[in-house]
Ligand binder design. Sequence first.
Ligand SMILES: Cc1ncc(COP(=O)(O)O)c(C=O)c1O
Length: 443
Amino acid sequence: MSVNKADLRHMLLHFTSGKAWREGNVPMYVRGEGVYLWDDDGNKIFDGLAGLFVVQLGHGRSDLANAAAKQMELLAYTPTWAAAHPSAIECAKLISEVAPTGMDSVFFVSSGSEAVESVIKFARQYHYMRGNPTKTGIISRDFSYHGTTMGALSLTGLEGIRAPFYPLLPNTHKVPNTLDAANGGAAAFEETILRVGPENIGLITAEPVQNGGGALVPPDGYWQELRRICDKYDILLHADEVITGFGRLGDWFGSAIVGADPDFITFAKGATSGYAPIGGVIVRDEVVNDLLIEHDTGFTHGATWGGHPMVMATAIANITAMRSEHVVENVAANQDYFGAKLAELAAAYDVVTDIRGTGYFYAVELGRSREGGQYLTEEETALYVKERLPRFIQDANLLIRADDRGNAKLMLSPPLICEASDLDKLLAGVDEVVSRFAGDLSP
Ligand SMILES: Cc1ncc(COP(=O)(O)O)c(C=O)c1O
């Protein structure tokens, strides 16, 4: 299909400046295969972000496309409101097989934000039915991203994207993330609970490894402490695995990597490798049983597209292929290599102020000097993250993300099929970007 880029004016872009939109100054990808994308100028680009933390299996998989087409021919649509269909049941069963033990039920929606909304409402209904209607409060962390719909945005801890939308949900509280907290941070949750009153708090939400702030790996014992706090004050614990789910950290769910034992896991992106829009919540058995059996009620929430047959068939094909091709094991096998190569990059450039992350999810933090402890000013961060780094990245034929939530950084999240030789190609591109950044910084 050939399109005129001037027609972009008909299409409003997500999180894009008006200037970039007016000038048509955004990349346009037209094809994908494996770990590569091609743009409208014919450039071959390494997809070092898996699209947007999404394309676990890589691009151009005809098995996933065929599974979707077959389902559409067989049964295009039926709701999952007071009805079911075989693909949704099969998909939920497959997900419960790879989910942590004791989490055997899945509620499907169509995006990560909707999944987070569903958790907010499930937690509220759970406490309400148990005679605790004031337990509406939620604690999440600074710089976290939990989505953009009004409930999910109330948990998101990024002031820049919250500011135009107040008032958000009341009784939502932020505590420092694991990078900013002096003592690693779990204590701040308990302090907030005691300040607000345990009778007013019903949910704690956190990512196993937080994206905002740059792939923040929690200290040992952090999630165990969150579990202890939740048990003590009758609070539900939510691991938002929209990025970390489906293999990104070298296990099916990041919860296994960080020792989390949550009541809810939200997932989205990687569950279909991006071949169809999906979101969902995996719920701990006791919580499901309490609401649906003990209280003999249903979850008062739903959406037309939840458990859509084509999406379910695509997710089944994705999970089946990830299993038979040992994709999660591939991450586990190569993650040390990836980490070691990134450490070499840091050693080679004083402008790399930190490398954070695990699995196939890393942040390369950039500043003036690691040795001198000098970071970029706010103006410099804006200049590099918004203008120069995107250009350097594009010139290196890479898709990775320059991020300014906190210090300037490059976010790396390659497809999970990457082998060591693919990671080498990604790292060569990252090296080129960092080298240009170092040369470009004025003394
Ligand atoms: C941890 C987390 N939660 C929720 C979301 C929102 O997902 P979506 O963009 O599908 O609404 C994201 C998106 O990146 C995310 O990273």
